[in-house]
Design a protein around this ligand. Structure first.
Ligand SMILES: [Zn+2]
Ligand SMILES: [Zn+2]
Length: 927
């Protein structure tokens, strides 16, 4: 075997023909962060770990275990070492107490086998009294075994989301013993839930929690994942309770060489040359290639690994879509990726599979740069090293998914009137809708909602957001595939060509929208087709906004109407349009979620250029999404549309969830905000085309058919204006969490309005019932306003928790009272400057905001507190936002006044003006 370091050096010095080294670096071993095993571990557990060679933990592992021991919900996000945390969490609780159960969810079956092996390995070292029993309860478990598991529930039950949903929650009374003593719900590999599954998971966890509480237990949630961006937000949505986020360290005990190469040739051909060098050097290597015809089952991979360990073979080729977890760490010393794996998260996971623990390893990434994500990576090789960059889109607010889960919830156990469902605050509306369809009945006397169907579970499919279309081959009546409704609409139209997974063309004969069926006929050699789609948005309802001096980004719900009237036939090789064919008009109307970007401008002559620039930005932002989010590019659609606002039509770049009801993709785009816009800007800057091209943008958006131009320069100008930058330096890759090196304190000014007036809820003593209308925050760190509503409340909480100081007027007695029902974070413990409290402390009595403004600043504040309630009722959010922003600006003026003079002015009852002396809890001067 050739020494690996020598091999890596040679590869960089003399790369194979047609391959160019773009970057090459050696990742040093990560510092050996050893944390002693916790004192609370009993001797038998310490002895077992020592026998297995585990003498210490990483600080992250230790922290996660301590938080769990203290009874908290935990999300442990780490590139490796997650399995040990899951197992030790069980031994340190159930293993010691000898009672309680734990439910483990695995998104894919092969993962549970690896976990089971690890557990059995631990058990082998223990006396029977300390061992943990485990059973797998999934679709493959024989019926007789299923009964035995239900009767004698083991400590650990491994299952899949589907089996949990239809086999356990639906028949919960048979699982009484489990639910009575359910101590943990463990979610392995959260990052693999990308897509519909993540959204369903949030509801499944609520249903488990609810049944467990009914049977008398309160399970703790342990979520484990590869590093994710926005982990706190994701955990909050999923669990519905405060969740500790613990970031674990990468454990890489030896050097890792990372070489990134580009090629202008076919990636498989170019890769062959590198693979043959690996073969010659006899380095145990893993090759990821779409050309792999190799094993995909765990058993087959296992067998191949054995042959490699025995030196009978050197190379294992796998499809890049193989979950990295199927490969055992420690077998391979080199990884060759021909093209980018499905996501950057997946790439980083593959890197953690490398190395045998006592020698250096080598990763080679060969890219063509033909896709925007590859192009981005070639320019930003740091993304190849920084893990934890991507966010996982999901939403609780997809009404179709929510209503199906509500039906299951009500059939599992009647829903009490007013029963909470964490994260959803208009449950009654959804139940009323289901009642109208006679799917639930309200029993007034019992104050309960019950489902009319006994077990509606079987109709709910956890891997889909909408009912999928079935594709049938009419010749042999075999199923060709299934498609999400949104995709079926866009790619299946009568007369068009459908390509199956193996790229075999079929002629689309018929579409049956009532039965969700598409009939196909094989059509070898048929040229590809593409629909001409036009889209309109209407009924736009904002749920959150970020307002800066240069742009306004809004998230909300909207109606999206797509129309197809024609399709194009394309040349199979050049993809150029050959002909256009008219179709009978077909429409799809969906209420969904979206994000829209508005850039204010004043001169009318820039209107046309603005349209071109926004159109370019639509293409490039969608192309940049896979860099920042764990999603497929066709989860989002885009176009340029006008919104009327204050009697004026404003152009906006729209990004809309493709799935009816929303998938969380646009919400994740909204949360990632400037990170995505920066990646988009970078993509355009590294291109040299004029009108946008497939390397710097998606090929087609929903406004292309309306004839708007694209112009790369105009797009760059627009995003530079938005981001307030002229050049994006390579070091400012937004992938890595932005390091705030010079920390200026983040002060948040908070102002909020309610849904109801005090009279509606029986007086001020019932403040907690007023409900959040709209909250506005001014963030001094970014000089921007942020708008929140009930639907974006987790983001508001996360924002408040990032503050160095929260400043508002009547904070403790009003603002926090309104917000507290939405969270289990004790709000009064947050760092707060409540002006009203300070005045009361100084004077012994209170003064109104209006009074202080008048006396100190000489301004007259209108009494519009009640108007905001009326505006809320009439969905006039803009008027509320303006009122809140005005009050915040005045609040900032008052703080500036205190900062300069140390006081505010007021007038006493005898009409004499005084100064009330106040001090601020921060030193720096304002204004
Ligand atoms: Zn381009
Ligand atoms: Zn377009």
């Amino acid at each position: 075997m050739q020494p690996l370091d020598q091999f890596a050096a040679e590869l960089s010095r003399v790369p194979p023909t047609a391959c160019h080294v773009q970057s090459s670096l050696t990742q040093p071993p990560s510092p050996h962060l050893a944390h002693p095993l916790p004192d609370r571990f009993p001797p038998w557990l310490l002895a077992m770990l020592s026998t297995c060679g585990i003498t210490h933990l990483t600080p992250g592992q230790a922290e996660a275990l301590t938080q769990l021991h203290d009874g908290r919900h935990v999300l442990f996000a780490a590139p490796n070492g997650r399995g040990l945390v899951r197992q030790l969490a069980m031994f340190q609780s159930i293993g010691i107490d000898r009672q309680g159960h734990s439910l483990w969810l695995f998104p894919f079956k092969h993962r549970e086998q690896a976990q089971r092996q690890l557990l059995l390995q631990f058990n082998d070292q223990l006396l029977p009294d300390h061992q943990l029993s485990v059973a797998t309860y999934d679709g493959d478990t024989p019926v007789t075994e299923r009964r035995a598991i239900r009767q004698t529930v083991p400590h650990l039950v491994f299952t899949t989301p589907e089996m949990l949903h239809a086999g356990m929650l639906a028949y919960h009374s048979g699982w009484r013993a489990l639910f009575q003593q359910l101590r943990f719900v463990v979610i392995a590999d959260l990052h693999l839930y990308a897509g519909a599954l993540a959204t369903h998971l949030g509801h499944l966890l609520r249903r488990i929690d609810r049944l467990a509480r009914h049977y008398g237990s309160q399970p703790q949630f342990l979520l484990t994942s590869d590093p994710l961006a926005d982990a706190a937000h994701i955990a909050q949505i999923l669990v519905g309770h405060a969740c500790e986020i613990v970031h674990g360290e990468a454990w890489q005990p030896y050097d890792q060489h990372r070489v990134m190469m580009s090629t202008t040739e076919d990636v498989t051909d170019a890769g062959r040359a590198i693979a043959s060098r690996l073969l010659q050097a006899r380095l145990p290597s893993l090759v990821l290639t779409t050309a792999a015809t190799a094993p995909s089952t765990l058993e087959a991979i296992d067998a191949a690994e054995q042959r490699i360990l025995k030196r009978e073979e050197t190379i294992l080729a796998l499809s890049p879509h193989t979950p990295p977890e199927m490969v055992r760490p420690g077998v391979f010393r080199a990884l060759l990726c021909l093209g980018l794996p499905p996501s950057i998260t997946a790439l980083n996971t593959w890197l953690t599979r490398l190395g045998n623990g006592h020698e250096s390893s080598l990763a080679i990434l060969l890219l063509t740069g033909q896709t925007p994500a590859e192009r981005y990576l070639l320019r930003h090789p740091d993304a190849y090293q920084a893990s934890g960059a991507q966010a996982l889109p999901l939403t609780l607010h997809n009404p179709y998914v929510l209503q199906q889960h509500l039906l299951c919830t009500a059939s599992e156990m009647a829903l009490g009137t007013g029963e909470p469902y964490a994260g959803i605050y208009n449950l009654d509306d959804h139940l009323a809708y289901l009642a109208k369809r006679r799917q639930v009945i309200h029993r007034t006397e019992a104050r309960q909602w019950t489902a009319t169907e006994r077990r509606p579970h079987r109709r709910l499919q956890l891997r889909w957001l909408e009912r999928p279309y079935m594709l049938w081959n009419q010749q042999d009546t075999q199923r060709v595939g299934r498609l999400e409704a949104a995709r079926a609409f866009r790619i299946c139209f009568e007369g068009g060509t459908y390509l199956n997974d193996a790229h075999e063309p079929f002629h689309v004969e018929r579409i049956d929208d009532e039965r969700f069926r598409v009939t196909l006929r094989p059509a070898p050699g048929a040229s590809p087709t593409q629909a001409q789609i036009q889209a309109e948005v209407s009924e736009v309802r904002p749920k959150g906004s970020v307002i800066t001096p240069t742009y306004r980004l809004t998230f909300g719900s909207l109606e999206y109407r797509e129309t197809i009237t024609a399709f194009e036939r394309l040349d199979p090789h050049t993809k150029r349009r050959q002909s256009v064919h008219m179709l009978p008009s077909r429409q799809r109307l969906s209420r969904t979620q979206g994000v829209w970007l508005h850039v204010p401008h004043h001169a009318p002559e820039v209107q046309a250029r603005m349209r071109t620039a926004l159109h370019t930005v639509v293409h490039v932002v969608i192309a940049a999404l896979p860099v920042c989010l764990l999603m497929a590019p066709d989860d989002i659609q885009g176009g340029v549309h006008a919104l009327t606002h204050d009697g004026q039509a404003n152009l906006n770049a729209f990004f809309t969830d493709s799935h009816a009801g929303g998938s969380g993709a646009s919400r994740a785009l909204y949360e990632a905000g400037e990170q995505v816009l920066s990646a988009a800007l970078s993509l355009m800057q590294q291109c040299d085309c004029q009108h946008g091209c497939p390397q710097c943008g998606i090929e087609r958006c929903d406004s292309c058919a309306s004839g708007i131009q694209r112009d790369r320069e105009a797009g760059i100008e627009l995003l530079q204006q938005v981001l307030g930058v002229t050049i994006v330096p390579a070091s400012q890759v937004m992938l890595a969490p932005s390091a705030e090196s010079t920390h200026t304190p983040r002060h948040l000014y908070l102002n909020l309005t309610t849904q109801k007036a005090s009279d509606d809820v029986g007086g001020w003593q019932h403040k907690h019932l007023l409900g959040l209308g709209i909250a506005v925050i001014y963030d001094t760190a970014s000089a921007s306003y942020h708008v929140y509503t009930e639907e974006t409340i987790e983001s508001l909480m996360a924002h408040l928790q990032r503050a160095d100081l929260i400043i508002s007027f009547n904070t403790r007695d009003f603002d926090y009272q309104i917000l507290q029902p939405y969270t289990d974070v004790p709000l009064p413990t947050l760092p707060t400057y409540a002006m009203l409290d300070e005045i009361q402390r100084a004077l012994g009595y209170r003064l109104s905001f209006k009074h202080l403004l008048k006396e100190t600043l000489g301004v007259e504040r209108p009494d519009d507190r009640l108007d905001t309630v009326a505006w809320y009722r009439h969905a006039q959010s803009e008027a509320i936002i303006n009122a809140c922003r005005r009050d915040i600006d005045w609040m900032r003026d008052l703080i500036r006044q205190i900062s300069h003079t140390g006081s505010l002015r007021y007038r006493d009852r005898t009409d004499i003006q005084h100064d009330v002396l106040l001090t601020l809890p921060f030193a720096e001067r304002y204004g």
